[in-house]
Write a protein that binds this ligand. Structure first.
Ligand SMILES: Nc1ncnc2c1ncn2[C@@H]1O[C@H](COP(=O)(O)OP(=O)(O)OP(=O)(O)O)[C@@H](O)[C@H]1O
Ligand SMILES: [Mg+2]
Length: 755
């Protein structure tokens, strides 16, 4: 199931952020090659324009691919093992199973017509080549457009060498970029020659031209030319070996570097340890020290933004920064030459360990949805830190992999979680860190339905906990062993262990999402025993804890169990409402397991309501999502029974043939569309203008009104005489219910409704 991020849109081709200087011939040739060959690779030196050309050529072909154009940037991927994973992720296929990632990818693409743009393959050529080979063999409707500084070497590959810009387009690019920093700049007879000389010195390499053009902010054209001339004349002597265009780019970057202030140069080199984007806090923490105060970092960062070295991007959660790839590599060379790479990578690691610890703490609270979004943004850095830790000695890797449990287990990342946690377990020596890695990995494996692996790890953890007196490991491992029994259909053993775990948690005074889950999972067992009163009591208790702390993710599971109880006891309307509520929450976390369980229950409810068509569609959707999660209903008899009953009821209502065809439609829904269908968003949207219902509670509506009045959370808390944390919780829930990401959107929504 490929979840395109917005419903109905196929593909993820980004819009241009700067003007494109046309390369008509290249674009036409690349399109022609693509029509003849299933793999076209654009090669050429760094900064020559491979990525831009690939995106432009791809944009023009999108109509030819029914299932869209998908762009995967492999630039930040250093671990060849993560190549396939990254591709899956970019395609929106979140694979949480223990199946081979490559198989999952090929299966996903098998019946699809897709153009896959694999950008920046050069760091991981062999892994990218393997993947492309497998995809081309297994998925006949897929074509690949790759960019790489070197060829992939796959059978049937057609190469297109991207050359620097010819003189006229080069001049046009210079003029475009110059006008951006120097409004009013135009090419005319007076400056044509000078610009022409500049572009010639820069060998027509777009990146080099861009770096030079922004200098017009501080230099006039004459000065720019003479400075470049001094720098680049040496290249003409041809004394250095290698590709002369590479030397030109290097020299252009070098030149740009030397025009930076010393603090900017230091920041440039240090920031090269970030993978992908980073925020100001990270820059301040990682790049300060040794004579650079944290407060100075912002100033230098702004200087680098002005010089087009660093790009700044606006995100709902704040501004993030990125070094363009060739510039990052240059910075890294400087850092290495200064012998500082190790130190900086350690700082980067320490920052992200600290960052992950803080997010783990905050997870049990109103910031939960925000933490999910932030962790997604930091994924590249977290992977990079994990990679670094695993390559060096010590237990940092074990600690970091376990600390991120909430992301692996809660946000649809079971597959990647297993990847790191398996490595952690293989590495860790006996002790508390190993114990945590064991129970976290055992937890993740249980959710995947991999009970053999889970049991082995959890038993080891519990044995260690008993022997060493590690009370925390004892509680967590006992709890998770109970879960293996629950999904293994041994309710007696499960109940005993859940109760023991809850006793241990209470004795230690621990209250968090795990302790909530222990009660909720015990409630599931009670439901299977038809003890609905006990189940409801446990869920209401867990919900109360969640509400008090602003915790939603575990709370959603309590809502799921309440939906189950309501359904079994015949309150179909209540069950339906609860099932949809759970799904809405799980969607904000991209929690695939929670999502598929919610859609399951909505299918069962629809069947009971006599809506066999909707039930069949939903069953089709879940069958597709389970592929990405693990064994359907964990392979459990108890979990599986209602599913089986629902399916037989729907088949007899619709007839085998009709059932198959509707089921198939459900399978074909993209993840987001399946969720929208299950929630009934289409109907809600259509109904909204007529009845103007609000999804908000009265309290939330009050908070929304105050947000529209421009108040901060602190002010809202004071006005409503509630704790600030409670106010924050309301705001998060409003955002989530309305599907918004910013307060400004809430304000607009309120105003529109008033009108
Ligand atoms: N035809 C073009 N029109 C406008 N800008 C361009 C064009 N080609 C390249 N650029 C700009 O030049 C810079 C480098 O281009 P691009 O990133 O496509 O190069 P690349 O060959 O992919 O580099 P790398 O090997 O580092 O991945 C970018 O800032 C890009 O926007
Ligand atoms: Mg590129």
């Amino acid at each position: 199931m490929g979840g395109s991020l917005s419903p109905g849109r196929k593909g993820n081709l980004p819009a241009d952020t700067t003007t494109f200087v046309d390369r008509k011939h290249d674009v036409a040739e690349v399109r022609r090659l693509l029509s003849e060959s299933r793999l076209v690779t654009l090669t050429g030196v760094g900064g020559v324009g491979k990525t831009r050309l690939a995106l432009r050529a791809a944009a023009g072909t999108s109509r030819a691919f029914r299932d869209g154009v998908w762009v995967v940037d492999l630039g930040g991927v250093t671990d060849p093992e993560l190549v396939v994973h990254t591709v899956l992720e970019q395609l929106g296929v979140h694979d949480d199973t223990v199946r081979m990632h490559r198989t999952v990818l090929v299966e996903h693409l098998r019946d699809r017509q897709v153009l896959m743009v694999l950008d920046n393959c050069e760091h991981v050529v062999a892994a990218a080549a393997d993947l492309v080979d497998a995809v081309l063999r297994g998925a006949p409707g897929v074509r690949v457009l790759a960019t790489s500084r070197e060829r992939l070497g796959v059978d049937g590959e057609h190469l297109w060498q991207v050359a620097p810009l010819p003189p006229d387009p080069a001049l046009a690019l210079f003029a475009e970029r110059a006008a951006a920093v120097e409004p009013g700049f135009v090419l005319d007879e007076g400056n044509h020659d000078e610009v022409g000389q500049i572009c010639a010195l820069l060998a027509g390499i777009p990146l080099a031209i861009e770096l030079a053009a922004v200098r017009l902010r501080v230099l006039n054209l004459d000065h720019l030319l003479s400075r470049l001339d001094n720098t680049f004349r040496v290249l003409g002597d041809g004394k250095r070996g290698g590709d002369p265009r590479h030397q030109t780019l290097h020299a252009a970057v070098d030149w740009s570097f030397h025009l930076c202030t010393l603090p900017e140069q230091i920041l440039w080199a240090r920031a090269s340890v970030f993978a992908g984007t980073f925020d100001l806090e990270a820059a301040e923490r990682v790049c300060s020290g040794d004579g650079v105060a944290p407060e100075q970092v912002l100033h230098s960062l702004m200087g680098l933004v002005d010089k087009s070295v660093v790009v700044s991007e606006k995100h709902p959660s704040g501004t993030r920064f990125r070094l363009l790839e060739p510039l990052r590599q240059y910075g890294l060379e400087k850092l290495r030459a200064a012998g500082r790479e190790q130190v900086l990578r350690e700082r980067h690691r320490d920052h992200y360990i600290d960052w992950a610890e803080r997010r783990e703490q905050e997870w049990f609270g109103p910031a939960q949805p925000h933490i999910f979004r932030l962790t997604r943004l930091e994924q590249g850095n977290l992977r990079c830190a994990l990679d670094f830790c695993f390559d060096s000695d010590g237990d940092h890797c074990v600690h970091l992999a376990s600390t991120l449990w909430f992301y692996w287990a809660g946000c649809g990342m079971l597959g990647e979680g297993r990847h790191w946690l398996d490595r952690a377990v293989a590495r860790a020596k006996p002790g508390p860190l190993r114990a945590k890695a064991l129970w976290v990995n055992g937890y993740v494996a249980t959710l995947q339905g991999d009970l053999t692996a889970a049991t082995a790890m959890l038993d080891e953890c519990r044995g260690y906990a008993v022997e060493s007196g590690d009370a925390s490991a004892l509680a967590y491992s006992t709890h998770r062993i109970a879960c293996t029994h629950l999904v293994g259909d041994d309710l007696d053993l499960a109940d005993g262990m859940f109760e023991e775990a809850m006793r241990l948690y209470r004795g230690q005074g621990t209250v968090n999402s795990h302790t909530m889950l222990a009660g909720i999972e015990l409630a599931i067992s009670a439901t299977f025993r038809h003890d609905f009163a006990a189940a409801e009591r446990l869920c209401v208790e867990a919900k109360a804890v969640g509400e008090e702390h602003g915790e939603q993710w575990a709370q959603a599971y309590a809502i799921w169990v309440l939906a189950l109880c309501a359904w079994v006891s015949g309150d179909l309307a209540g069950a339906d409402r609860l099932g949809r509520e759970c799904l809405r929450i799980k969607r904000t976390f991209h929690d695939l397991l929670g999502i598929v369980l919610s859609i399951e229950i909505l299918a069962w409810i629809s069947a009971s309501q006599g809506n066999a068509g909707r039930a069949a569609t939903l069953l089709g959707a879940t069958s597709e999502i389970w592929q990405s999660v693990g064994y359907p209903m964990f392979g459990s008899r108890y979990f599986g029974a209602p599913h089986g009953e629902c399916e037989s009821a729907v088949v007899s209502a619709l007839g085998e043939q009709e059932f198959r065809s509707v089921f198939r439609k459900g399978m074909d829904l993209e993840l987001e569309d399946a969720i929208a269908f299950a929630i009934g968003e289409e109907q809600e949207r259509e109904a909204a203008p007529v009845v103007a219902l609000t999804p908000l509670t009265r309290r939330e509506q009050q908070v929304a009104d105050l947000i529209a009045g421009g108040m901060s959370n602190k002010e809202i808390a004071a006005r409503l005489v509630i704790a600030r944390r409670t106010a924050e919780g309301h705001v998060e829930r409003i955002l989530q219910k309305l599907g918004f990401t910013s307060r400004a959107q809430i304000a607009t929504w309120v105003t529109q409704r008033r009108n």
